[in-house]
Write a protein that binds this ligand. Structure first.
Ligand code: AMP
Length: 280
């Protein structure tokens, strides 16, 4: 595995590559969820490029940029074991010119769910992913369904801007008790780590209610909310939406419940696709 931090060097390496390139962008503190994306990318391509970049522009002023977990050495070992060929770990100054004036913004899909409570977050995501796509020039890029809205927004961006890149959405990898793996889980106190299991439990409960025939978004949301609040977690949002457009659920045979909660200071997200059979 070659580790590079310079865009010029990465482009030089790219010129010599044969076959197709798979790409997995991450913010590091790698876990099995990230590794599953790498395995998926390797199934479809000849060379795997992974990036680790904690992107400052997708964090709000009161968010956890400064305390976001970082583990450069552990991460590079994991990438090597996962069969990564090139690990791209640029600095902030390598990525962002101080005089930059250009942003990539996807409208409407970014206004609800995380977009409503994290203003500017998706502009940061679409801008950095566009830049990384231009730098890495992959044929295939893999993203997790755990960040369901992000995946939907990036699929839209790739279509709208004609990036010649296939986007693959990969399933959410979970801890044995059901909590979705996340770099932010490292920041949970032992007590909140225990109660955080209520996220996936609440979602599974809503799926049971859905399977029993419930088609009211409000009732499905209430099922999750009650479970989460009973565990002492504070919902940021709990929304039942159409899985493709992310608009308010209209009572059909497929739905998505997306949630964000605060466990103390730590914000966690999760979601479940409601259809039969269960996807969690
Ligand atoms: P992050 O490092 O949090 O920016 O995530 C990088 C990529 O890993 C994104 O595409 C995430 O959706 C994906 N990811 C994060 N957690 C998981 C998980 N538990 N299962 C599958 N993919 C994940």
């Amino acid at each position: 595995m070659i580790i590079v931090s310079s865009i010029t060097k990465l482009r030089e390496l790219h010129r010599d590559l044969k076959g197709s390139v798979g790409f997995v962008p991450t913010m590091g503190a790698l876990h099995d969820g990230h590794l599953s994306l790498m395995a998926e990318a390797k199934k479809h391509t000849d060379t795997l490029i992974v990036s680790i970049f904690v992107n400052p522009t997708q964090f709000g002023p009161n968010e956890d940029l400064d305390t976001y977990p970082r583990d450069t050495e552990g991460d590079s070992n994991k990438c090597k074991l996962a069969g990564c060929d090139i690990l791209f770990m640029p600095s902030v100054s390598e990525i962002y010119d101080v005089n930059a004036k250009t942003e990539v913004r996807v409208s409407s899909l970014t206004t609800n769910l995380c977009g409503a409570t994290r203003p500017g977050h998706f502009d940061g995501v679409t801008t950095i992913v566009s830049k990384l796509f231009n730098i890495v020039q992959p044929d295939v890029a893999v993203f997790g369904k755990k960040d369901y809205q992000q995946l939907a927004v990036l699929r839209r961006m790739v279509k709208d801007l004609n990036f010649p890149i296939e986007i693959i959405g990969a399933p959410t990898i979970r801890e044995s008790d059901g909590l979705a793996k996340s770099s932010r889980n490292l920041k949970l106190t032992p007590q909140y780590r225990k109660s955080a299991v209520a996220l996936s439990q609440g979602l599974v409960k809503s799926h049971t209610v859905f399977q029993a025939g419930e088609r009211s978004g409000a009732v499905l949301e209430k099922t999750v909310r009650e479970h989460i609040e009973a565990a002492g977690l504070v919902p940021d949002y709990i929304s039942c939406v159409e899985p493709d457009t992310l608009e308010t659920y209209d009572g059909g045979e497929r739905a998505l419940i997306a949630i964000a909660i605060f466990a103390g200071d730590v914000r966690l997200i999760d979601n479940i696709e409601l259809h039969e059979p269960s996807s969690i």
